[in-house]
Design a protein around this ligand. Structure first.
Ligand code: NI
Length: 140
C-alpha cells in the first residue's frame, strides 16, 4: 500500500520531504484510517466532514480551528503536543498564524476539504492525501 514497506518512519524526515502547505502526506495506515502529516500556514477553508470525525495533533507550532457551533463560532487554539477532534458534521476552518506541522487521523479517502466547503483558495490542496516520497535511508 502506497509503497510503504513496514519500516519505521521518522516524522521529522517525512516533514522534511515536502514543502507544500495544506497538502497532507499519508505516513501510514491503521486499519482503514490514514495517519497523515501536513505543513500548514495561513487559512484553510470552511468545510464539513458529514460522516467522520477528524483528529488533529500539533507536531510543531500552533494551530487554530474555528468551529461553527449552534451557539456561534468558537475557535480552539492548539499548541505543540495538543490533540483535538472535530466531530463529524461540525463545520470548521483550520488556521495557522505561522508555519506549523500537524498530524491528522481520519478514514482513508477522506477529502481534505470535506463533503461541503467554501470556495477553495489556491493555497489549499484538494486531496485525499499524497503518498509519502521519502529518500532512502542512509545505510547504517
Ligand atoms: Ni476537516
Amino acid at each position: 500500500m502506497l509503497g510503504m514497506n513496514n519500516e519505521p518512519i521518522a516524522l521529522e524526515r517525512a516533514l522534511a520531504s515536502f514543502d507544500a502547505v495544506w497538502s497532507p502526506r499519508v505516513v501510514t495506515r491503521v486499519n482503514d484510517y490514514d495517519v497523515r502529516v501536513a505543513k500548514v500556514e495561513g487559512e484553510h477553508v470552511w468545510h464539513i466532514h458529514e460522516h467522520t470525525d477528524e483528529f488533529f495533533l500539533v507536531l510543531d507550532g500552533e494551530l487554530r480551528i474555528a468551529l461553527r457551533e449552534p451557539a456561534g463560532v468558537r475557535t480552539v487554539t492548539l499548541a505543540k503536543g495538543d490533540v483535538f477532534t472535530v466531530q463529524r458534521g461540525v463545520e470548521h476552518k483550520p488556521y495557522a498564524p505561522v508555519r506549523a506541522a500537524i498530524l491528522l487521523l481520519e478514514p482513508s479517502g477522506t477529502l481534505s476539504v470535506g463533503d461541503r466547503h467554501d470556495e477553495i483558495p489556491d493555497t489549499v490542496d484538494v486531496t485525499t492525501g499524497h503518498p509519502l516520497d521519502l529518500p532512502a535511508r542512509d545505510a547504517p
